[in-house]
Design a protein around this ligand. Structure first.
Ligand code: AP5
Length: 187
């Protein structure tokens, strides 16, 4: 299964993708995790991305496409993948569509996790205390939510127009949300 998980910061994309990875036996590709690994390694790319991520803004489309192209060229995606955090704007959605067409592996499903903003802020505040992620401070969270509504929300319409979108209520226990995603995927 070739799947995209869409949703605002804190909607549960990473949490549910980790479960889907085990259930479907396909890799979980999180662009946030890939970028954080570059930052931690102190690579050239990480140095470019660090401040942008800390502010809650988007890293350049060019850097992201290079990362995704390289990740999707690995053998472990032969049976599919779960993309978490990509695409994040319509330009990225178009680039992904072209890339997947060029390798004859079009997307099969796009799941949008729906959670109200107040609950997102509450969840991220909980994680900030537990994990201290650099972009989980109130100012960056406000920016991330703004970027989601300005740049990422239009991606919903992009996939709706292709008849590929399934909307899932992301509020409930982890098990409840997971069961809804599986049902949306016909599993
Ligand atoms: P990224 O790492 O993708 O961050 P995000 O989209 O802001 O997502 P989060 O990790 O905050 O939330 P999530 O939806 O994964 O929720 P989670 O499962 O963690 O990106 C970080 C940055 O990298 C971006 O801001 C940007 O700078 C850059 N970047 C990444 N991709 C990019 C791209 N394509 N283009 C350009 N730049 C890019 O859950 C959150 C919390 O809620 C957790 O504590 C969890 O335990 C809890 N939780 C989850 N589900 C539930 C539930 N059902 N009930 C109660 N609590 C729950």
């Amino acid at each position: 299964m070739r799947l995209v998980l869409l949703g605002p910061p804190g909607s549960g994309k990473g949490t549910q993708a980790a479960r889907l990875k085990d259930e479907l036996q396909i890799p979980h590709i999180s662009t946030g995790d890939l970028l954080r690994a570059e930052v931690a390694a102190g690579s050239e790319l990480g140095l470019q991305a660090k401040e942008v991520m800390a502010r809650g803004e988007l890293v350049s489309d060019e850097i992201l496409l290079g990362m995704i192209r390289s990740r999707l060229s690995r053998e472990d995606v032969a049976n599919g993948f779960i993309l978490d955090g990509y695409p994040r704007n319509v330009a990225q959605a178009n680039a992904l569509e072209a890339l997947l067409a060029s390798i004859g592996q079009p997307l099969q499903a796009v799941v949008q996790l729906d959670v109200a903003n107040e609950l997102l802020v509450e969840r991220i505040a909980g994680r900030a205390k537990a994990e201290g992620r650099e972009d989980d401070n109130p100012e960056s969270v406000r920016k991330r939510l703004q970027v989601y509504s300005d740049s990422t929300a239009p991606v919903i319409g992009f996939y709706e127009s292709r008849g590929a979108l399934a909307k899932v209520d992301g509020v409930g226990t982890l098990d409840e949300v997971f069961a809804r995603i599986l049902a949306a995927l016909g599993k």
